[in-house]
Each structure stands twice: as C-alpha cells, then as structure tokens.
Ligand binder design. Structure first.
Ligand SMILES: Nc1ncnc2c1ncn2[C@@H]1O[C@H](COP(=O)(O)OP(=O)(O)OP(=O)(O)O)[C@@H](O)[C@H]1O
Length: 270
C-alpha cells in the first residue's frame, strides 16, 4: 500500500535523506529511530509533501504522490495527517475549534472565514475528543491544557481528516513519561481499532520496541535497519546511533517502562 523508493532530499551538498526505500503492505505501527540529524523529520515531511523530494518516489495505493500540486497535494495531505512535537495548535482558540481545523481542506474559504461548521462536524469533533479522554476540555483554550492534553487535541485534529496514515514527528519529545505513555497508547489504539497506518519518529528505543510492529533505523540520512522490535538488539541500536562500546540504552529511554515498574510495584501488597 505504501511504497517509498530511493527517496532523497538534498540541502545544498548535503543529503538529509539519502536514497531511503521501504514498503508497507498493510497498516502497521512503524517507529523511525536515529540520533538527532539522522533525517527522520525530513523523511516524514517529504512523505506528507510538506517538503519536496529531490529524487525518488512515494506511492500510496498505486498513486504516485511524489509530485502532486495544488488541490491534489492537499487531498493527499488529508489522507496523510501529520502531528508534531510542538502540537502546532492555535493557542488562544478553544479546543473544539482547533479540532475542527482538521476539516479545513474540505471547507470553502467563506465558511472558514466565518468559522461556520456543520453540526455533524462539531459532534464528530466532540466524539473524537471523548475517545481520547479529553471531551471535558472541549470549551477551554488550547493554551490552558497540559502538554499531553494538547498533543491529544492535535491527534483529534488529525483524526478529523479521517486519514489513512498518521505521521507523528517526535510526538512525545516534549512530554513527561506519564503523558508520553498516554499519547503513545492513543496512537497505538488508533492503529489497532481503526486500522490506520501510524509512522512515528521516536528518539527513544524503549518506546519504539514497546509500541511498534516494525522499526526503521536511520543514520546519516540512510536507512540502516528495518526489522522487528525483537531484532533491534543493543548491538544493532549502537550501530544506528553511531555510538561506542559505552552506549547505554538508558540514555535513550523515556522511562515509560520505569513508570510501569513503579505502578506495578505499588500494586504488590506489602
Ligand atoms: N531546511 C533545511 N535546510 C538545510 N538543512 C536542513 C534543513 N532541514 C534539515 N536539514 C539538515 O538535514 C539533516 C537531517 O535533519 P532532520 O531534521 O531530518 O533530522 P532528524 O533525524 O529529524 O533530527 P531531530 O531528531 O533533531 O529532529 C540535518 O543535518 C539537518 O541539519
């Protein structure tokens, strides 16, 4: 269904992404890992067509989306929603209006200017917020919410587009371990319950192993690993991160596992 072939992005002489190829046959939850600067964001941005590829191709369900322009590109961006580390909400706008922004691509300029939304869209937005456990936040300004809640609003806005793919660029990098877990659980559920493909850039190995069916490792713009979480051994990880023998997995941990261990320990009677 998704086929990325020899995708390359040059910035001057530098190849931020260097001939990346992978294909996905059925919806999966895929993690992309690698150190800072490895090319993870650039790869996602090309897939969503926020950034043009220098070479290579992206095909989805038989359609070549690499060079789409205008309304065709916007239609693709609706099918391939993106969420970001910094949430990218409108801070002073209420939560429901932020979620309804997910319908912008299918609304007229006039309706957008006057903030006119059909009642069915408003109901749908509230239902999605409810599903993500934050319906009671609906009337509040986005800026009044915690980081984890704001990221769930961003996920709700993405879901409003009813996308086939959700691309998440470091969705938990600004969150504490508890909120990181809530957001990753939400993304996993969206994959499992809706059958949507989720591709997630992650800084940390433990999160990739725990949540993803497949992990792609990038180093210096190239894909250097593509396999199951079980195949992602410490040795492989050391290679992806370009680290020495002193490489410590703990240095790339979000501590979600630690959080789990703590809550399990609390459940054990003394
Ligand atoms: N607009 C740009 N102009 C020039 N160079 C860029 C641009 N965007 C990214 N790069 C470079 O491309 C390389 C890959 O960057 P990218 O942001 O994709 O990496 P990343 O793996 O997502 O890193 P991080 O985790 O820090 O976001 C880096 O060397 C970066 O400096």
């Amino acid at each position: 269904m998704l086929d990325v072939q020899s995708l390359t992005k040059r910035f001057g002489d530098k190849k931020a992404v260097d001939s990346a190829s992978f294909s996905v046959e059925k919806p999966a939850m895929i993690g992309i890992i690698g150190r800072s600067g490895a090319g993870k964001s650039t790869l996602l941005r090309m897939m969503n067509r926020l950034s043009d590829a220098s070479e290579g191709s992206i095909t989805f369900d038989g359609q070549d989306v690499t060079h789409l322009r205008g309304k065709d590109r916007r239609a693709w961006q609706s099918r391939c929603a993106m969420i970001f580390q910094q949430f990218n909400l409108v801070p002073r706008m209420d939560v429901v209006s932020n979620v309804l922004h997910g319908t912008l691509n299918r609304r007229s300029t006039l309706a957008t200017m006057f903030n006119l939304y059909p009642a069915s869209d408003i109901h749908q937005a509230i239902n999605i917020l409810d599903r993500l456990g934050i319906a009671e936040q609906a009337p509040k300004r986005a800026e009044a919410l915690s980081g984890g809640q704001q990221q769930r609003v961003a996920i709700a806005r993405a879901l409003m587009q009813d996308p086939d793919i959700i691309l998440a660029d470091e969705p938990i990098a600004s969150l504490d371990p508890m909120n990181a877990q809530i957001v990753m659980d939400a993304l996993r559920r969206i994959h499992e319950e809706d059958g949507r493909m989720v591709i997630c850039n992650l800084h940390t190995l433990d999160t990739a192993r725990r949540y993803c069916d497949r992990v792609i490792g990038m180093r210096d713009g190239r894909i250097v690993f593509d396999g199951s979480p079980e195949q992602l051994t410490t040795g492989v990880a050391r290679d992806i991160y370009g680290a020495g023998a002193d490489f410590s997995e703990a240095a790339t941990s979000t501590a979600i596992e630690t959080l789990d261990r703590q809550s399990n320990a609390q459940r054990v009677p003394a």
